[in-house]
Design a protein around this ligand. Sequence first.
Ligand code: DX5
Ligand code: ZN
Length: 217
Amino acid sequence: MAVQINPSILSADFSRLAEEAKAVEGADWLHVDVMDNHFVPNLTLGVPIVESLSRATDIPLDCHLMIEDADRWAPQYVEAGAGSVTFHAEACAAPVRTAREIRAKGARASMALKPATPIEPYEDLLPELDMLLIMTVEPGFGGQAFLDIMLPKIRRTRELISKHGLELWLQVDGGVSASTIERCAEAGADVFVAGSAVYGTDDPAAAVRMLRNQATE
Ligand code: DX5
Ligand code: ZN
């Protein structure tokens, strides 16, 4: 499966989101971090901004919900225009039902795991998902250092995906940069979220191309 690079608008200028989306032309998805100040100690944006952004860009939206009560909210982000919706396992009471609702409404269903949440209890759920997100920082903020200790989890997850013969995408998010992306790719990740490594540079589109090259090597 081809490498995908998803710039995170958490590191973009929130007053110019449509322009910031244009600045990463060539990116596969735009990663939209939704935070509620309960599941994580930070607050970002919600359904109305996702609706506006989905009208303002042709890049599909990869919405990462760092919110409680994910079962109730996830389908609303599909209706708002997201092409992929990720809920956290830790914030979801009924992940199978929620994933099925996301798919039934026409988006890709994805589940995220915080660093301390193991993949093994979720092995039987993998066929219900289109993507699994392994957090490589504690969720909540951009610009944190990549957690190397997550590499074995990425490897184990890739092995489970292969064992079951699934098409599932394996996403990593947090501290992904020119100096860490190769290790993630080598461990088996194929979808890479990058916030500060893209929007913290003078040329975000060039940063996307560079990350893609490094992940492909
Ligand atoms: C963090 C968010 C990330 C964040 C990554 O909780 O989920 O998507 O934007 O930012 P960087 O790439 O700077 O670590
Ligand atoms: Zn994210």
